[in-house]
Each structure stands twice: as structure tokens, then as C-alpha cells.
Design a binder for this molecule. Structure first.
Ligand SMILES: Nc1ncnc2c1ncn2[C@@H]1O[C@H](COP(=O)(O)OP(=O)(O)OP(=O)(O)O)[C@@H](O)[C@H]1O
Length: 335
């Protein structure tokens, strides 16, 4: 578990303090994938780097597995960092070393394992991330996705319980992003690894995270289970981030529907109910007509969900609304 207990951070710039993180309380449960999202400059990297003390807090306490990281001496801090792996947007691999030597590096620096065991662990890790045949290549000979897999193998070399991901997929194309996120989700399950990832893309959060915190101007403005935050965003920044992911413009959408007659509703369905023949039945039983104005059926991590914007007209509208509510559909009346 990682806890932020009233942690704040200001950087000293040109003789004055610039606040990067407002006093923050946050708990990140062990074994889960926790996402931090926000626009550029929101304070995501600062928050992440406080966990392994790459940044020192200006106040408050950061607790990792119950230990206040500020109290650690150099030796204990070194051990903490072995338990916290980290991967980066631009991979940070050493160009002059082979893939295998990059992965072996943290183990050589730790100086705790004999050469034979290091080699065996590196081979195991490279096989796990799908790079067994690339062990003696150099980073320049790899694709972006392969480089990030090397980064992941290196981060896992010291068998950490926590993995910090700093915009780990931001330099990758969508397909490669999906496969790297899939790998992170598998590692989370196999190793019971706690993953904290930062991103500016809601899609990344939707695909892999269990919980999410939204950062805006150095403050957490919304925090909760991904399905809750993604499907029912409350803060304007969260709504903007969700709309960016959906390629929607909230204002435009309302204007688009101005000429559509009837009541306009947004329906949200989660789990197996997503696939139920809901609308046909509703139309038959209540006599309402429906038209679908916008919608998406997809998954949040492994859970299906559907979100549809509908116009309903004719028939018994009140009965239609109460039937929808009874069918475990969340209904928002937009107009
Ligand atoms: N070392 C530093 N010295 C001075 N100011 C800093 C430093 N690091 C970050 N800042 C400032 O702190 C604020 C938060 O930065 P941070 O990098 O944590 O945000 P971020 O959300 O990770 O942004 P990005 O997505 O652009 O990396 C910004 O205003 C930034 O300019």
C-alpha cells in the first residue's frame, strides 16, 4: 500500500516557491493498477516521483508499505528503490549495452547475486516480455514497443512489488500501446504487482486501471473506481478528459441534437446487461420510438459497458423511464 498523508510539494524557482502539488491525501491499494491522469503540468510526475523519493516532499508524509520514505537512510532508500521499479516514456535504455546487459544492470549494481543467477533471471525476464531472441541486440535495433518491453524487464529485475510507469506508452502507436498495456495487466495479475501509472489519455486508464485520480493544477479533483469516474465524470477536467477520449465535444453534441424531437436520455449499462435486448423490448412494451444519437459499447478493464444517447418519442414515456430504471440502467435525462 502507498499512502500520501497531506503531502505537498513546491519547487524553488528563481528564489521563489512554485507549488506543484497541493496538500494531498491518497491511498493506493497493493496489487491494483492505479492511474493518475491530468493535463501537462498538473503535477502527475511530481506525485509519482515522491513515491520512490526521486522528489522530496515540502511537507506531509509518503508511506510505502507503512514506512515513511523520508526517514530512510541511504542504504534503506537503495533497498526501497529495489522494491519499486520504474519505466519511462523514452525508455531510458543505455545505447551502448545489449538488451540483456540493460536488464542485468540493476542486479549488477545491487551486487547481491552471482553472475549465473543474474543470467538466468535476465533470460527468464526477456522470455516473459517476449524478447528472448533479442537478448544480444542493442536498443537502436529495436522498435519502440520492444524498447519499452526491455524497460519493463529491467524494472522487474530486482523483483519489485511496485512498478511506477511515467507516461510509459505516450511515445508508442495505438496498437503497440495496447500490447504494452496488456503486458502490464498480465504482470499485475501474475506477480500481484502494484502498478501506478501516469498518463494524459483516458483510454490508457480505461484499458488497465482499477482506480483513477484526476489531477488538475496540483490537486486531486476526482478519485474513484475507473467505471465510476469514466462513466459519470463530475469535475469539468474529468469531463474534458473523457470527451477527448471519446472524440466528443459536449457543447457541439447538445447543439447537434437541438432539432431532434422527444426526450433525450443518456443510458449507461454495465456488465452482462450491456448485451441484453433492452431497446427493442422497451419499444414493444411501451410503444415508444427511439433513435440512437450517440453511443459506445466497449470494456472498462474486463467489464463490458454501454453508453447510449437516445431520443425517445411517442408511447408511454414515463413507463419507459421507469422500466429502464428497473432494468439496472442508469438514466440521465439530458432534455
Ligand atoms: N524540477 C522542477 N523545477 C521547477 N518546477 C518544476 C520542476 N518539476 C516540475 N515543475 C513544475 O511543477 C508543475 C508540475 O509538474 P509535473 O511535471 O509534476 O506535471 P505533469 O502533470 O507530470 O506534467 P507533464 O505531463 O507535462 O510531465 C509544473 O508547473 C512544472 O513546471
Amino acid at each position: 500500500m502507498i499512502e500520501f498523508d497531506d503531502v505537498h510539494k513546491a519547487y524553488r524557482v528563481g528564489g521563489r516557491d512554485v507549488a506543484a502539488l497541493q496538500p494531498t491525501r491518497l491511498t493506493i491499494a497493493a496489487g491494483r493498477i492505479f492511474g493518475l491522469i491530468g493535463h501537462s503540468g498538473a503535477g502527475k510526475s511530481t506525485l509519482l516521483r515522491l513515491i520512490n523519493r526521486l522528489e522530496e516532499p515540502s511537507g506531509g508524509r509518503v508511506l510505502v508499505e507503512g514506512v515513511d520514505v523520508a526517514t530512510l537512510d541511504d542504504e534503506d532508500l537503495r533497498r526501497l528503490r529495489q522494491r519499486i521499479g520504474m519505466i519511462f516514456q523514452h525508455f531510458n535504455l543505455l545505447a551502448s549495452k545489449t538488451v540483456a546487459d540493460n536488464v542485468a544492470l540493476p542486479l549488477k549494481l545491487a551486487g547481491e547475486l552471482p553472475r549465473r543467477e543474474i543470467d538466468a533471471r535476465v533470460a527468464r525476464l526477456l522470455a516473459r516480455v517476449g524478447l528472448a531472441e533479442h537478448a544480444s541486440k542493442y536498443p537502436a535495433q529495436l522498435s519502440g514497443g520492444q524498447k519499452q518491453r526491455v524497460g519493463i524487464a529491467r524494472a522487474l529485475a530486482t523483483e519489485p512489488s511496485i512498478l511506477l510507469c511515467d507516461e510509459a506508452t505516450s511515445a508508442l502507436d495505438p496498437q503497440t500501446t495496447a500490447s504494452v498495456l496488456q503486458l502490464l495487466a498480465e504482470l499485475n495479475r501474475e506477480l500481484n504487482l502494484t502498478i501506478v501509472l501516469i498518463t494524459h489519455e483516458m483510454e490508457v486508464i480505461r484499458r488497465v486501471c482499477d482506480r483513477v485520480a484526476v489531477l488538475d493544477a496540483g490537486a486531486i479533483v476526482e478519485e474513484g473506481p475507473v467505471a465510476e469516474v469514466f462513466l459519470h465524470p463530475r469535475h469539468p477536467t474529468t469531463r474534458r478528459l473523457v470527451n477527448e477520449a471519446e472524440h466528443l465535444d459536449e457543447r457541439e453534441q447538445v447543439d447537434d441534437f437541438a432539432h431532434v424531437p422527444g426526450r433525450i436520455l443518456r443510458l449507461t449499462v454495465q456488465g452482462e446487461a450491456t448485451y441484453a435486448p433492452l431497446l427493442g423490448r422497451l419499444a414493444r412494451e411501451t410503444g415508444v420510438d427511439y433513435s440512437i444519437l450517440a453511443g459506445r459499447i466497449d470494456r472498462i478493464r474486463d467489464q463490458p459497458y454501454g453508453q447510449l444517447t437516445l431520443a425517445l418519442s411517442g408511447g408511454d414515456l414515463d413507463q419507459a423511464l421507469s422500466r429502464l430504471q428497473a432494468a439496472e440502467v442508469q438514466v440521465e435525462v439530458l432534455r
